[in-house]
Design a binder for this molecule. Structure first.
Ligand code: 6PG
Length: 288
């Protein structure tokens, strides 16, 4: 962004388009990352102005990698008051930080080493601890230390970044998990259903206590899950479908490939008369 605050045409990218309330679609994965980076900066300004801090839970997996990389670039890094940002994680694998599967490790490589965030503001989930249960309790204490509680007594993050699995999981809340909804825990330690490896994750009530939940969803392999989550058709409901953020706002940022099935169903073409036949009573301007 140049001094005039305008975006040089070379960098001008198409803005996401809102397909339905809570779903904005970008042309491709880089577009999703850029829109998410803009949103991150906007929320940082908003919450730091309002509450003197910006407490964010980062998502794991591959999708957010490009977002973290972008946030570390000059364009975005300089727009955030990192001294007032506190970073948490939505979930973590039971591996050490230097392991290639570590969600913390990925964020560290792409973002943390490139922005001036104080080390004390980075709150890693120690899912590699020998006593995972105790580590989960300690993480609950960390959340209690930095976050205000909602009316139900759950910690309120300002922003939770989330991914979506092809099976409809989010964070490490997997389909069929016991006590997905009826838990008072803030942090749990589920077993990954396929990998049979341990995870540490924020629980559904904590995700739902957020001010803002932002899902980043890219790739054709997520299209079925995104449609099911948005339509709310699955029974039992998919974990991502249960993230409704009743006291805040939930948004999905998807690329065209991941949103393909939703776009097709939302498209006016699918409800318009068949091509070639002029609709009765419509003036040309209405046909836009
Ligand atoms: C994790 C994430 C998980 C992820 C989805 C999507 O630790 O893997 O928390 O919920 O967001 O599985 O993963 P991709 O972004 O790699 O598709």
């Amino acid at each position: 962004m140049d001094d005039a605050g305008t975006t040089p045409s070379a960098n001008r990218v198409a803005l996401p388009r809102e397909i339905q309330p809570g779903l904005r679609v970008c042309a491709d994965a880089p577009g999703v990352a850029r829109a998410a980076a803009r949103q991150f900066v906007e929320f940082a300004w908003q919450f730091i102005a309002r509450e003197k801090s910006f407490c964010v839970a980062l998502a794991g997996g591959n999708t957010p990698r490009e977002l973290y990389r972008l946030l570390a670039t000059q364009d975005f890094r300089t727009q955030v008051d990192w001294a007032k940002v506190h970073l948490f994680w939505g979930d973590e694998r039971a591996v050490p930080p230097e392991h290639p599967e570590s969600n913390y490790g990925m964020a560290r490589r792409e973002l943390l080493v490139r922005v001036p965030i104080p080390a004390g503001n980075v709150h890693r989930m120690e899912a590699d601890a020998p006593n995972l249960g105790r580590a989960a309790q300690e993480y609950e204490e960390t959340l209690r230390r930095y976050l205000r509680l909602d009316a139900n007594g759950f910690p309120r993050l300002h922003l939770i970044l989330l991914g979506l699995g092809a099976d409809g999981h989010t964070a490490s809340l997997f389909p069929g998990a016991r006590k997905l909804r009826d838990t008072l825990r803030w942090v749990s330690t589920p077993l990954h259903p396929q990998l049979r490896s341990r995870r540490m994750t924020l629980t559904l009530p904590v995700l739902n206590a957020a001010h803002q939940a932002l899902f980043l969803v890219t790739g054709a392999e997520k299209a079925e899950a995104l449609r099911a989550v948005l339509e709310g058709t699955s029974d039992p409901p998919l974990p991502a479908q249960l993230v409704t953020v009743p006291g805040g706002h939930r948004e999905f940022l998807a690329d065209e490939a991941a949103a393909a099935l939703v776009i097709r169903e939302a498209s006016p073409v699918s409800r318009a008369p068949s091509r070639g036949r002029k609709s009765e009573g419509e003036s040309p301007k209405e046909r836009r």
